[in-house]
Ligand binder design. Structure first.
Ligand SMILES: [Zn+2]
Length: 229
């Protein structure tokens, strides 16, 4: 499930006391294009919300939308949260890996095997496959120079080849005064719905990259150190 932001809801209609989205602009789970979905009014209702379909304006395929009622109704009606069923939106990297450019296929295979084996609670095999995943990551970044060297000796090549600053360079390009995006932030140019949604994605990705991921890796490192003593 992927949450639909308010800024992505283009128009509303009414269903009982609830203001429900009529048209939603979002990325299509089938064709991956940002397109417009007109939601059907034949809702399947349950106690906590309702379910409907919307048709993608690009590929004409239907997607499922879920609306969850939250809190108590106020003057404007029942507040709701809107979600689209998108199997690719899960935060699990395996669901995102294959869609990204330049992902080594052996990394995808090794990581998928590691996840499967872990599910079967075979811890020895999990250790073997996890090492293979790390080797695959190292091979990707250490390149030919790292070939055949023990993992512990490949770090230098990785630091050399890994460009962790790249995302910040993109941000820097956006924030230059000559970029139209700069004018949007300075309120000199209007922010449209689609760019507003992209802006929210940018904030989420930046916070993930700069704070959430490094923080989580640090916490995991500490946990592993403590457990493997
Ligand atoms: Zn589509």
């Amino acid at each position: 499930m992927r949450r639909i932001r308010k800024s992505s809801i283009v128009s509303y209609s009414h269903y009982g006391h609830t203001k429900v989205p009529n048209t939603i602009q979002t990325s299509c789970p089938t064709c991956r294009k940002t397109s417009s979905f007109s939601l059907k009014a034949n809702y399947q209702k349950s106690k906590n919300g309702f379910l409907t379909e919307g048709t993608c304006s690009s590929c004409k395929k239907d997607s499922t939308f879920v609306m969850i009622l939250k809190g108590v109704p106020d003057d404007t009606g029942n507040p709701i949260d809107v979600y689209i069923y998108d199997p690719h939106s899960s935060k699990q990297p395996i669901n995102q890996l294959e869609q990204l450019p330049d992902i080594p296929p052996d990394l995808v295979r090794a990581y998928r095997s590691a996840l499967n084996i872990y599910q079967w609670k075979d811890n020895a095999a999990t250790a073997v496959m996890s090492k293979r995943v790390i080797e695959s990551i190292y091979k990707h970044f250490a390149g030919a120079k790292g070939n055949g060297q023990p993992l512990s000796e490949q770090s230098e090549q990785i630091v050399e080849n890994l460009d962790l600053v790249k995302p910040i360079r993109y941000l820097d390009l956006l924030l230059r005064p000559e970029n139209p995006f700069y004018e949007i932030l300075e309120l000199e140019k209007e922010l449209d719905d689609e760019t507003a949604a992209h802006l929210m994605d940018l904030l989420e990705n930046l916070i993930d990259y700069l704070f959430v991921l490094p923080g989580n890796i640090e916490i995991t490192y500490t946990n592993i150190q403590q457990n493997s003593k």
